[in-house]
Design a protein around this ligand. Structure first.
Ligand SMILES: C[S@@+](CC[C@H](N)C(=O)[O-])C[C@H]1O[C@@H](n2cnc3c(N)ncnc32)[C@H](O)[C@@H]1O
Length: 293
């Protein structure tokens, strides 16, 4: 007859629970790099350069208006990286950002505006709204960057947006858009860049020459084989420079400046822009279009 000591059952039950823990551990898969990643952090690292953008916008404003801009409006502001950078440039600078996606605005408020000192942060206001109708304080410098206006596919929508942008500008206001073009933007294409801990891919899936609709995605790939693909999707109309100028004119803007980036001897962009009469097309280019109130 087996005798059971008082301790035996305890030992058995302990062993069981340890075995259960081990099995549970095995079952609980380690989160992949993609699962642990924050797509806004990756986007900002891969796509944005707020320091350079803000410095260029401020410099161009001063060149055209012969005085510095103080108030900034960032339409389609997303995580408000430009507004955040703008207010860092002086205690007389204010920023107003508009976007219709609340989680994105909240991310920007926490991570970007949250990283500023209190006095700088107080000079930024973020508004949840549609740029076609959202009002706000009149701004010296309004920017809609990263080709965000391309999500407005109908001319009447674009016109409504430009009219509203103008309504929210001072009399000395300048409106900055960036424009994408070139032979390779009108068709499928992709490019990849290895960045710090991940690979960034920009992919143009299809382009319709009848409508100029362009469907693109951004994806991120990681060394453990995981991916965020797509991390962002863009269902755009690729507006051309003359179309944009016509709509700006119709919206009431008094003058447009079609800028082009100067290049060095190797053909690399220098970050300096000028206003040429004619340029040669390239495989892919982007530039600024500036409209005067
Ligand atoms: C391509 S992201 C641009 C983000 C940021 N401006 C940048 O430079 O990277 C486009 C943003 O526009 C916002 N958006 C799209 N349509 C909008 C609209 N009609 N009014 C306001 N925001 C809009 C989206 O929520 C998204 O955050």
């Amino acid at each position: 007859m087996q005798t059971q000591t008082a301790s035996s059952p305890k030992r058995i039950s302990n062993k069981r629970s340890q075995d259960e823990k081990k099995t549970k551990k095995k079952k609980k898969k380690k989160a992949s790099m993609a699962e642990r990643a924050d797509r806004h952090v990756l986007y900002e690292q891969a796509v944005q350069d707020p320091k350079t953008d803000v410095a260029t916008l401020a410099k161009l404003y001063k060149k055209i208006r012969k005085k510095p801009a103080r108030s900034f409006r960032e339409d389609f502001c997303g995580t408000a990286t430009l507004s955040t950078e703008w207010v860092k440039g002086g205690s007389d600078r204010t920023a107003y950002g508009v976007d219709l996606d609340l989680p994105t605005l909240e991310w920007g408020r926490e991570h970007n505006i949250g990283s500023l000192d209190v006095l700088d942060a107080q000079r930024i206001e973020l508004a949840l709204g549609n740029v076609l109708t959202a009002r706000g304080p009149k701004a010296d410098l309004t920017a809609a960057l990263n080709f965000s206006y391309c999500c407005l596919k109908e001319r009447k929508q674009l016109l409504a947006y430009f009219k509203n942008a103008r309504r929210n500008m001072t009399k000395d206001g300048l409106f900055f858009l960036d424009v994408l073009g070139g032979t390779e933007t009108m068709g499928p294409d992709e490019n990849r860049h290895d960045l710090d801990g991940f690979t960034y891919r920009w992919k143009q899936h299809c382009f319709d020459p009848l409508t100029h609709e362009l469907y693109c995605t951004i994806a991120f790939f990681f060394s453990d084989g995981s991916k965020l693909a797509p991390a962002f999707e863009y269902d755009w109309r690729l507006w051309t420079m003359p179309e944009l100028c016509d709509v700006l004119d119709e919206a009431g803007f008094s003058r447009t400046h079609r800028l082009w980036e100067k290049t060095d001897k190797k053909g690399n962009g220098t970050g300096r822009f000028y206003e040429p009469k004619r340029v040669e097309n390239q495989e892919s280019w982007w530039t600024y279009l500036v409209a005067e109130y």
